[in-house]
Write a protein that binds this ligand. Sequence first.
Ligand SMILES: Cc1ncc(COP(=O)(O)O)c(C=O)c1O
Length: 394
Amino acid sequence: MTTTPAHLHGLLARPGAEALRHSRIREVANAGAGRDDLLAFWFGEPDEVTPGFIRDAAIASLNAGETFYSHNFGIAPLRQAIAEYSTRLHRPESVERVAVTTSGMAAVQLAGQALLTPGDRAVVVTPEWPNVVEVPRIMSAEVETVALTCSASGWTLDLDRLLEALTPETTVLFINSPNNPTGWTMTAEDRDAILERCRKTGTWIVSDDAYERLYYEGNGATPPSFLDAAGPDDRVISANTFSKAWLMTGWRLGWLVAPEPLMPALGKLIEYSTSCAPVFVQRAGIAAITQGEPVVTRTRDRFRRARDFLIRELSRIDGIEAPTPPGAMYSFFRIAGMRDSLQFCKRLVADFGLGLAPGVAFGPEGEGFVRWCFASTEDRLADGVARLRRGLRA
Ligand SMILES: Cc1ncc(COP(=O)(O)O)c(C=O)c1O
């Protein structure tokens, strides 16, 4: 980490921006720079190229000259397609509640910008993808975390603790289910109790639904969602993305479903940030969401097999406790006696070319754990496990 010479302090960003955390995953990745045999599982990214019919839709759009701005909320057929998709998965959804965004990350960011005033209190369920925890901090809000707990059978939410943390002073609850990194998935009972509590306290729920299609226990059904239970007048925002289920991380396309009264403000925030998502990317989104169900099914099946393989292999290693995640695409496992996950992951990458994400990147309760993205082939996973075994022996 670099320190700034005193005479340059006048050139720094505002304290809140300077105080944002560095990505510890990036720090580990830097430790592997220069290794040409690197086997990286640290980022949350499927290993396959976006399917051809989705790429073709973007190419056709470009060839048709669709190189102009669009409406802030996205082109009408994409908004319509998202509303129909959401209707299929959840409750009847109206186009007016849908805004297209330039990624799932931007969707969460916009929700934070729309709702949080400096000094407000936000509650985040952790361990959590670090980006979500930084959103309220960017808005100079106070963040209180409620940690999931891990046992041999998996990660669970202490519902009473979360309900206690939700007070009339809580402006927003950020919750991500299925969760990155743990795979924890909210039960319908959790959801109903959280919604009821938030109705009483006037708290907004920002639900990060990035992994709702990567749920392995529902026979293809989506896991419990706030969109199934909330009405149009509830303070519920769902943030979603094309990145994971349709293999589109590099396209930067996502969406929000939000109450209608919030939409004009969201439209202005989009106008003053990106104005809109590129039209050719939106055309690709239409292809994905209207014709991509086989892609989603195949991806989910492939990741389920990869999950089962990795968990079986990890569980054979002495000292590793790797619960089976019901959703998302990560194993978040504990290594007995390992107390500094950042150093451990740096050593793994520098000495063995194995790229994993340190648990501490996801909050202090992640220390002692390591995250492994299993969106990969069995061969690569097996090679990774062999390297991990060597790393643990060294
Ligand atoms: C929990 C969670 N939410 C949202 C996203 C957003 O993905 P993107 O910005 O690629 O749409 C990710 C990506 O890793 C994620 O893990």
